[in-house]
Design a protein around this ligand. Structure first.
Ligand SMILES: C[S@@+](CC[C@H](N)C(=O)[O-])C[C@H]1O[C@@H](n2cnc3c(N)ncnc32)[C@H](O)[C@@H]1O
Length: 331
């Protein structure tokens, strides 16, 4: 009587091995290839065990990237095996994620304002809370547009510290007649912003400039709306940031001793480049709104106010340039 044996990963078979082909016997000895779902589960466990709070989501997004699909596409492939090169690529991405690299850098992309943007370690990964700055900028444009002639129809927009181009591109997409200037001190960030503007179909209306805040701009140029999300983390707090955030460029994070250095540097120049009735809107860190409002008021801006995000944090400080006074009215 022949022996009964159990193939790896399979159920026990009975019967004589003598009546089976060599190929069938070899198949018995080979473990069944693991499915995409099995790899996903293992990756999720691995990431969770290493403290990644969004382990399942990250594991899905990384697998979607390896399979050149989206998360729905991953679900549709759950039962299919992965090719060896897909397994290798997935293992490498999961290993790097577990070591603290942000998912956006690993897959090279992040959505902002529903626009896919390329991101590399040369640019800050755009944050959802920064969308409030887009909302507030659109709100002042809408108000200005309904109040002619006191406030001119905004056409010229400036984004200081554009990074991936997130704000500049979102505003260009929302305002089809706007001309946007996007400034960054980092030439590599500027190159990424320009590439993202091309990909988003707004390169003809987004000019990317390398320079420090307003220093490289024509002093005579005026803007109707200036936005900025500058670096605002106090230098001493940088070391305590998570590994993910520390993977981002220091120049995008470091706000100097009290986190406010960039506001002091950029607000006076921005105020000087505002058209009469134009608006400056900046994102601020937790607890910085009052101090930044004071910097704006000291620069001669009026109507300083701040807006809170969905978490109740004062996130955007806005102020306007005075409209030129009418000195004499002919009757
Ligand atoms: C917090 S990141 C914001 C990036 C992008 N606007 C966003 O919201 O995702 C700040 C950006 O300011 C840029 N930056 C820092 N110092 C600058 C300076 N002196 N002049 C212009 N840009 C500067 C950094 O390179 C970085 O891209």
């Amino acid at each position: 009587m022949s022996a009964e044996r159990t193939p790896p990963g399979g159920a026990a078979r009975t019967g004589s091995s003598g009546d089976r082909t060599p190929a069938a016997r070899a198949a018995d000895a080979t473990p069944a290839p693991r499915t995409a779902l099995a790899y996903l589960r293992r990756a999720t466990e691995f990431l969770a065990a290493r403290g990644v709070a969004t382990a399942r989501l990250d594991a899905e997004v990384l697998l979607a990237s390896v399979l050149a699909t989206d998360r729905i596409g991953v679900y549709l492939r759950f039962d299919q095996p992965l090719a060896p090169r897909e397994v290798d690529a997935y293992r490498e991405l999961v290993r790097r994620r577990a070591a603290g690299e942000p998912v956006a850098y690993l897959i090279g992309s992040r959505e902002f304002w529903s626009i896919p943007l390329a991101v590399t370690p040369d640019v800050l990964i755009p944050r959802p809370e920064t969308e409030l700055l887009v909302e507030r900028a659109l709100a002042v444009v809408a108000v200005a547009s309904t109040e002619p002639p006191a406030a001119p129809t905004p056409r010229r927009i400036l984004d200081l510290g554009t990074g991936s181009g997130a704000l500049a591109i979102a505003l260009a997409r929302e305002l089809p007649h706007a001309l946007v200037t996007a400034v960054d001190v980092s030439p590599r960030a500027a190159a990424i912003a320009a590439a993202n503007a091309r990909r988003a179909g707004v390169a003809d209306r987004v000019e990317v400039v390398v320079g420090s805040w307003t220093a490289a701009l024509d002093p005579a140029t005026r803007f109707d709306v200036i936005v900025s999300n500058p670096p605002y983390v106090p230098t001493a707090a940088l070391a305590a940031l998570s590994a993910e955030v520390r993977a981002e460029p220091v120049v995008a994070l470091d706000g100097g001793d009290d986190g406010l250095a960039a506001y002091r540097a950029l607000v006076p120049g921005a105020a000087a480049h505002l058209a009469p009735g134009g608006w400056l809107l900046v994102e601020v860190g937790v607890g910085q709104a009052e101090a930044v409002a004071a910097i704006m008021a000291a620069a001669g801006l009026r109507g300083v106010a701040w807006h809170t995000d969905l978490a109740g944090v004062s996130r955007v400080v806005a102020a306007t340039a005075a409209i030129a006074a009418v000195t004499e009215v002919a009757v």
